[in-house]
Design a protein around this ligand. Structure first.
Ligand SMILES: Cc1cc2nc3c(=O)[nH]c(=O)nc-3n(C[C@H](O)[C@H](O)[C@H](O)COP(=O)(O)O)c2cc1C
Length: 157
């Protein structure tokens, strides 16, 4: 399954939420637009991830859609950073006025969500989020794409 799904291209997002020590973020590709009426998103998180536990507690997350040129940020929030380095060291962000979750500088857009449902799925949980606020940071930017274990940009039609 891993070998097959490597060939499936996705966008890349950093989901942020709050922790006792400040903002927390994680790189994900499992972002799905579920419905527009009402606006609802889905993200799938491993039960082993720290973010999973925090979102369960906060019932709130913000999905930051990454732009071309933000692959270093994607790797950073997937845990590829020096041991002991604070998560948000050198990362540009501002708190969402509504939730306090981190809105990342340079992202295409960020969607602030309240968790409306959780569905256990194998070793993951599907988090359903009602979109409460949208930050249109870069309406004309290009998305970062992940495929074949590498980051890409769209080559155009
Ligand atoms: C491109 C990419 C997409 C990822 N997508 C997901 C995802 O959808 N769900 C998930 O649980 N982990 C995903 N991961 C793995 C997490 O980023 C990684 O396990 C992270 O270290 C978990 O951090 P945490 O324990 O602080 O939450 C992805 C990693 C990469 C590089």
């Amino acid at each position: 399954m891993r070998a097959v799904m490597r060939q499936w291209p996705t966008g890349v997002a950093v989901v942020t939420t709050r922790s006792a020590t400040g903002p927390h973020g994680v790189t994900i590709s499992s972002l799905l637009s579920v419905s527009l009426e009402p606006p609802t998103l889905l993200v799938s998180l491993s039960r082993r991830s720290r973010t999973h536990q925090l979102i369960m507690e906060n019932r709130s997350f913000t999905a930051n859609l990454l732009a071309t040129g933000q692959s270093t940020l994607a790797a950073h929030f997937a845990g590829e950073r020096p041991v002991g380095e604070s998560e948000f060291t050198g990362v540009g962000w501002s708190p969402s006025p509504r939730s306090g979750n981190a809105v990342l500088a340079g992202a295409l857009a960020a969607m602030d969500c309240t968790v409306t449902g959780t569905v256990p799925a194998a070793d993951h949980t599907l988090f359903l989020g009602s979109v409460e606020e949208v930050h249109h940071l870069r309406a004309t930017g290009e998305p970062l794409v992940y495929a074949g274990r590498a980051y890409h940009r769209l080559a155009g039609p």
